[in-house]
Design a protein around this ligand. Sequence first.
Ligand code: F6R
Length: 346
Amino acid sequence: MSLDGMLPLVTALPDHLAGSERLLDGLSPRPAPAAPRRVLLCGMGGSAIAGDVARPFLARQGVDLTVWREYDLPSWADASALVVLCSYSGDTEETLTGARLAVAAGCPVLGIASGGELLARGRDGGWGRPFPVIALPAGLPPRAALGHGLGALLGGLHACGAIGSPAAASAAAVAVLREGVARLGPDVPENPAVRIARSLLGRFTVVYTTSPEAHGAGARLKAQINENAKSPAYAVALPELDHNDIVGWEVLRPRRDAFALVILRGGDEHPRTALRVAATLDLVGGEFHAVHEIGARGDGPLARSLSLVQFGDYLSCYMARAAGVDPVPVARIDALKARLRGGTAP
Ligand code: F6R
């Protein structure tokens, strides 16, 4: 068992993103020139997160992206909306159900997968018509393919005219991520991600996020702590959490040692939310064993969101290492999928 099998993949995030332009070479059929203003991204787990991370960047380009983690489609998904189907394995049943419905509803459709039924049916038209599928490199844990999947998403949206070229934003993000490897990577002494990982170890991690650039990274950190560190976590967003979460700690106060708080701060915080962070911490900071704030770095929403993602990815691997657990396998997810495959297929 290699306890560090995930770390090289976290370190490869900037390379994966930088190399993702090539994924669109030879794509056939080419995505329809739809120039949609509304995009629905269907996906689950590690494959959906590319949509969450891309959202603030796309919003700046006038594109409203909805990330959809359900079997069915929303009622507004019709021929005027682009549906992006993201499943790294290409076999996730919720995403495949949405895919069939989107094809049947006549939506312009774009797939992103490394294989599986999604790639096969896109190519052979077995669901009624062929559709373009951007093929990702195979053989990775789905959550470690974020750089490929995100690059494919942005490149695919550009190819169908939804956004201008993402090249400059991607290059800025790659540069920030490379700095991040030098600051947070496995061989770095005085590593802030290692230090925070030690204080989260053995505790339930609560993630507060302050703005759209941080919300996707919060969902990612929650999932990475679950899947890599095999530990519990949840993520909630400001300003909403000020209307419920802050009240929810009183009864557990005697057990404060079991909880730690991580605050992810985007560069796009509303000034009132910045005020809320201090006021919120005055109220609930004492309910946690430790409170850590992580600020986004870099220029532009894509770079800043990804800088937070990268911090959390390293953090979750250092938690796994400190706990002596292998970050790569997700046996319960595999077992659940196998059990459902044995039942009635959708
Ligand atoms: C595993 C992981 C999971 C999967 C999810 C959906 O590394 O991250 O969250 O991403 O079970 O599977 P895919 O991505 O194959 O559609």
